[in-house]
Design a protein around this ligand. Sequence first.
Ligand code: IMP
Ligand code: MG
Length: 181
Amino acid sequence: MNRIKLHDKYFRLFIPNEKIEESIINVAEKLNRDYRNIPNPLFLSVLNGSFMFSAHLMKYLDFNSEISFVRLSSYSGTSTTGEVRQMLGFDRSLKGRHVIILEDIVDTGGTVVELYNMMQRQQVADVKICTLLLKPEAYLYSGKIGIDYAAMEIPNDFIVGFGLDYDELGRNYKDIYVLDK
Ligand code: IMP
Ligand code: MG
């Protein structure tokens, strides 16, 4: 399909499935090299968006690892710092673990950096960020927190498909679509 309609908006084909899969294989090859000698790394796949990326990535990994699917609570606390979020879905200790955060997309970086900081507080051995998509122009933490693995870089446009949604629709499409203005 070249064009899809989600709610009130139209999206046009942007990245075909073959190209997405190829970029995932490239990232998997890097991970296979980097994690060959690391004992029991733990992938934390951030729901909902990264379910499809995570499943496709895992097929190409040839080292032993664990995966857990986590979600950030959107609970707003009443502390003085404003919104207090926590990670749900992984209740064991992360201390000493080699963690790889799996994200669908890093935009401003707010979400992934929050998770990154949570990991550090739990005294992980190491935490790396692995994302299907990165919007370098929007990322606010370059020079501070590096994005270790990005399968694809895209301009600052709104996209859907391959796990990504517009108001919960569009996650099922195998290709990636961009907002048709
Ligand atoms: P960030 O915290 O600004 O990096 O944004 C991260 C979250 O916003 C992602 O996990 C997505 O859920 C959502 N997001 C950012 N850009 C897009 C997009 O282009 N399409 C769909 N969701 C997006
Ligand atoms: Mg997301």
